[in-house]
Design a protein around this ligand. Structure first.
Ligand code: CP
Length: 308
């Protein structure tokens, strides 16, 4: 069965079957990444443009690698070195790129909704690589893949997301995806970082991290987004670390093995102590590796959708 949608704009409303299909397909591509020659031909002849209007390390490199591993032709575009700096609009930029016969556009943008807008003004398939504080669907898919790889299931696991939930596209996509896949989801952070009426998402809310840790299977630790002025939301970085920072002593006090995830980049010793980030509890680098396989699955399923 092909995916229901031509685009991947978010996990809000995405069918369980579609998420399952992406995660199952990613298993095959994860195996390809272990081969001596890590390249397969399904997107030969397809052209993919990566339009990045905001900084990225993991997502941009991961998409580019996924595209090359699938044998697609790849165009790179960073807004800072483009005619956007001369005032060209998003629509004109995208339509010019599309005129070069591009099949898929992968876009990261600082504005929430930008990929949705793009999908309405171009014919190419659009993949959201993170839009403002709205959604980051491939991050949540690779997070779910990593959870499923470790626990062999997602259903009934307790996943707690800690940090700035209100401004996090990673949190939003994870909540949508994990709830669809049957996980129990909670969020934890100071009141200034929890969106109003967050219970409507079907999550439990905690303000004290030590209350939720003893009940948690997986802790997804969010980055404090200092570049988005997150420092206004708590008195000091030291205080945030004292109340919400994930440390080895805190994990030991919780009395259970908790799997630690983080989307990156990490502020070491702010939201996550350096020794925990590098510890046996952490699956952070597995997330990065799995990200390539999951993005290969997404691009393969979207790029071959009309052929199925
Ligand atoms: N996880 C994530 O989106 O990282 P980048 O901002 O480096 O792409």
């Amino acid at each position: 069965m092909p995916l229901h949608s031509k685009h991947l704009l978010g996990l809000d409303g995405m069918a369980r079957d579609d998420i399952q299909l992406i995660l199952d397909t990613a298993v095959s591509f994860r195996e390809v990444l272990e081969r001596p020659i890590k390249k397969v031909p399904p997107l030969q002849g397809k052209t993919i443009a990566n339009m990045f209007f905001e900084s990225s390390t993991r997502t941009q490199l991961s998409f580019e690698l996924a595209e090359r591993r699938l044998s697609a032709d790849v165009l790179g575009f960073n807004a800072s070195g483009s005619s956007v700096t001369k005032g060209e609009t998003l629509k004109d930029t995208a339509r010019n790129i599309e005129a070069m016969k591009v099949d898929i556009v992968v876009m990261r943008h600082w504005a929430a909704g930008a990929p949705h807008y793009l999908s309405q003004v171009i014919d190419a398939t659009v993949v959201n690589a993170g839009d403002g504080g709205h959604e980051h669907p491939t991050q949540a898919l690779l997070d779910m893949y990593t959870i499923r790889e470790k626990f062999k299931r997602i259903e009934d696991l307790h996943v707690c997301i800690v940090g700035d939930i209100a401004h996090s596209r990673v949190a939003r996509s994870n909540i949508y995806g994990l709830k669809t896949m049957g996980a129990k989801v909670s969020v934890c952070g100071p009141a200034t970082m929890i969106p109003r009426e967050v219970e409507k998402f079907g999550v439990d809310v905690y303000h004290h991290i030590d209350d939720v840790l003893p009940k948690t299977d997986v802790l997804n630790v969010l980055r404090i987004q200092l570049e988005r002025d997150a420092g206004r939301l708590f008195p000091s970085i030291r205080e945030y670390h004292n109340y919400y920072g994930i440390t080895r002593s805190r994990l030991e006090k919780a009395g259970r093995d908790i799997t630690i995830m983080h989307p990156g980049p990490i502020n070491r010793d702010v939201e996550l102590s350096a020794d925990v980030a590098d510890s046996e509890f952490s699956v952070i680098l597995q997330q990065v590796l799995n990200g390539v396989a999951v993005r290969m699955a997404v691009l393969y399923l979207l790029g071959t959708r009309n052929q199925s």
